[in-house]
Write a new protein. Structure first.
Lengths: 333, 333
DNA sequence: TCATATTATGAAACCCGTTTCAAGTTGATT
DNA sequence: AATCAACTTGAAACGGGTTTCATAATATGA
């Protein structure tokens, strides 16, 4: 492969001059400049990024570590991150963590050894903090709560409000027996949502009624069956997220329940699927793209020493679609 | 950051010896070896990957270029590629191409300048061949047809058979008016499937009946409306892929058609969603994970000069679920 | 016109892990 | 004891773009 020294020789200048022509880092005599440009054009010379990274200690790479690319919530984020990063000249190193601490550590470690400029983390393994602090790469935490020294920003949405919104909406739709399929309480987001739900229970003097259900379709199926056994009079279900809501709908529909007439369902996230499925899913929308974009922006701004806003709290909103319905004789207590 | 030279100094040996200890490339006196290992442990020294890449001309990176990460078909592939790559010590550079030739070229170019070990391409821009040949990085073409000199392998599934299977299944289910929503005929895969469909039309002496519909949910909605206007007697729809099938179902269901009683639907790909949605979708399964894994494997084997199989043709199969139904009085002509 | 300031330019150092090559050491063989 | 082989080890070169620093050349001002 042709190097900058080859180009220099051909153009009768020094490598430094070629570098200056390419990067515009200093003035170069116009005639020499043209000679260099011509040689570059003729030879199709492309500077080696690795060599540049080595000196600059920056590979123009952003590492994105997420549990699973197939999850629509995460890949929605990844999409937005990629767009923002690409437009600013950075590329994405994508790492599936499978919620596996070892894999996460490996990836963070490698990323820092590759001179990655930063890492966007969608995970909340407890043991991870030490690793990310040791590697000293700037980190943005997205949708999770980790808190590390080298954390540049933390991007979250208002889960407490989301929890309230979901519960209150079902109340307003006339549900009298609402079951909350709360997510893994190790996640602060799931805890916040559940708190919001509890507040609404207090407000309307309802006895809280919940079941634990991780954010997975498969578990959603199982837990929905349980709900139907435990609470035969259920008429409203707050699913942990949209995937779970899909599974809830599937089980209900198989058992002959009508949605929303017999049981109403509300999801969470507003992944693109929630609008695509039939019936369209009522859900609490997190601004997934905005959050992804913001995380990339915060990271790159930090790296390029631009802004320094470091705490983003995004708003959520209720999107009413077809799995809930406002009834006439509203049942406000 | 601490370098190999620092470690060497601390252990009282040369950098070469440290390198040899880390990589096991040569025998080192046991006592020195221990000294080096101790220093590495104490300092937490991690060798810089960029420097290694520069010399080795290999970054242990595989570039994956796909139109869109949010598409379940593509992210299913990406997931499998990531798993295979990770297990063999490679990482993924993920690039969204948005079907944008310029972006693809940029990404390929950058990947080669970063000493990426190879590229897996899920795209079929016409203008791309020149770029991938010029960059000289090994390329695996996945699910598409490009043909370039530096192409290591081409991974496809049997679309012709898939097209036949889908059509014949609807025939067997008693459909008399089957409409094929054929995909973009610029894609060889879509052409092959359509050919398969045509063969079944000939076999059963049916007049071919089709409409062009790109692989997108939105377009699926529009084209389904058109179908209902153009062919009010339609009783079987072959969707271009599972996403389109979902949109077909949505429109039919909104208009009061029953599926599969009034109209039967078959999708294509068997993305994970097809089993999750309600009703579960009958579809032609491509072994998405196997294909993704195979592409990574072929690339890495090539890079590491192991095998050299270069043409993979995966089988497809019919997965019957709830959007089609075998009726009693089968209508075999 | 001379002195000083400014600018263009290349040599060399730098980033850091790897590998080559030659020198030094040890041990075996005769 | 002498010779040769085998092995350990470090100095130096390497990969390739960037930057510093000193020099040379030109320009400005007095």
């Amino acid at each position: 492969m042709i190097s900058i020294r080859d180009v220099a020789k051909m153009a009768g200048v020094s490598p430094s001059t070629v570098s200056r022509v390419m990067n515009g880092t200093a003035k170069v005599n116009e005639e020499k400049r043209q000679r260099v440009l011509n040689v570059i054009k003729e030879t199709g010379f492309k500077p080696n990024e690795t060599a540049r990274s080595l000196y600059k200690k920056s590979a123009r790479i952003i590492g994105v570590i997420l549990p699973n690319i197939q999850n629509p919530f995460f890949n929605g984020m990844a999409q937005a991150i990629e767009e923002e990063a690409y437009s600013r000249g950075y590329r994405l190193m994508l790492c599936n963590s499978d919620n596996n601490l070892e894999k996460e550590k490996n990836n963070i470690d490698l990323l820092s050894r590759m001179n990655a400029d930063g890492i966007i983390l969608l995970t909340n393994q407890d043991g991870i903090r030490e690793t990310i602090e040791k590697c000293k790469v700037p980190v943005v935490i997205l949708d999770r709560e980790v808190k590390a020294d080298n954390q540049v920003a933390c991007i979250r949405s208002d889960h407490y409000k989301g929890g309230r919104l979901a519960a209150e909406h079902l109340v307003r739709c006339g549900c009298r027996k609402i079951v909350n399929m709360r997510g893994d309480q190790a996640l602060s987001s799931a805890r916040d949502r559940f708190e919001g739900y509890l507040e609404i229970c207090r407000k309307y003097e309802m006895a809280p009624c919940y079941i634990d259900c991780r954010y997975s379709f498969r578990e959603g199926l199982k837990k929905t069956e349980e709900i139907l056994k435990l609470y035969p009079d259920v008429d409203g279900i707050i699913a942990g997220n949209d995937m779970v809501a899909m599974s809830v709908y599937k089980v209900l529909s198989k058992k002959g329940y009508r949605v929303p007439e017999d049981v109403q369902i509300i999801g969470y996230d507003n992944i693109s699927l929630s609008e695509l499925m039939t019936p369209e899913l009522t859900t609490i929308a997190q601004p997934i793209s905005d959050m992804g974009r913001a995380s990339a922006r915060a990271l790159i701004d930090y790296v390029e020493q631009k802004s320094n806003e470091d705490n983003y709290h995004f708003d959520v909103e209720l999107i009413q679609r077809d799995t809930t319905i406002m009834k006439e004789g509203g049942s406000r207590k």
